[in-house]
Design a protein around this ligand. Structure first.
Ligand code: SF4
Ligand code: SF4
Ligand code: SF4
Length: 178
């Protein structure tokens, strides 16, 4: 039930609903902790699908959570970019490429338009551009797969770091006992 409801959501992972991503919002709706009209990217069409799935009456999007916008992609002014990598850390679907101190660029075909990269940019060189063809945006299923593989990679990196620190600590302890 959770996954089916999650699959009805846009997978933008923008957090505008007040939760850390689409799945936590789906969970909160199932638990009666959130209303069905808190997801701006879903818009009223998406809210109707959620209402149908949950067997409740549809409601208009609650403007308190934001407005439904046309599909957009982020664009970096590469001449202004200072290569701080803050946008890469913020992007939930790995749609930005670049390295420290080098200019960054957006992979437009992977960008969900979540806008999460805009606020962290210290030189304000990221802007949103409305897509001429909204169908060129990544599908929710594709975005979900990108998001989940990023989450998995981050979990693996965190586990590897803990293991490295554990081994380092064990080596130090062994040296002190010599
Ligand atoms: S797309 Fe909707 S459900 Fe997903 S995080 Fe954004 S507001 Fe929440
Ligand atoms: S590039 Fe920016 S707007 Fe596009 S998905 Fe990544 S964080 Fe969101
Ligand atoms: S946050 Fe802005 S300045 Fe930093 S790498 Fe990204 S686009 Fe460039």
């Amino acid at each position: 039930m959770l996954e089916a409801l999650n699959n009805l959501l846009p997978q933008t992972q923008c957090g505008q609903c007040g939760f850390k991503g689409c799945r936590p919002y789906a969970q909160a709706m199932l638990e009666g902790q959130a209303d069905i009209n808190q997801c701006p990217p879903s818009g009223n069409v998406g809210i109707e699908k959620i209402a149908q799935f949950l067997g409740v009456s549809p409601k208009a999007l609650n403007p308190q959570f934001g407005e439904h916008k046309p599909k957009s992609v982020a664009f970096i002014d590469e001449n202004a970019c200072i290569g701080c990598v803050k946008c890469i850390a913020a992007c939930p679907v790995d749609a930005i490429v670049g390295a420290a101190k080098f200019m960054h660029t957006i992979i437009a075909s992977e960008c969900t338009g979540c806008e999460l990269c805009i606020a962290p940019c210290p030189v304000d060189c990221i802007a949103m551009q409305v897509l001429d063809n909204p169908h060129s945006a990544p599908s929710p299923l594709h975005a979900k797969q990108r998001y989940e593989s990023r989450q998995q990679r981050k979990e693996n990196e965190a586990a590897e770091k803990i293991e490295r620190l554990r081994k380092q600590k064990a080596r130090l302890a062994a040296m002190q006992n010599v």
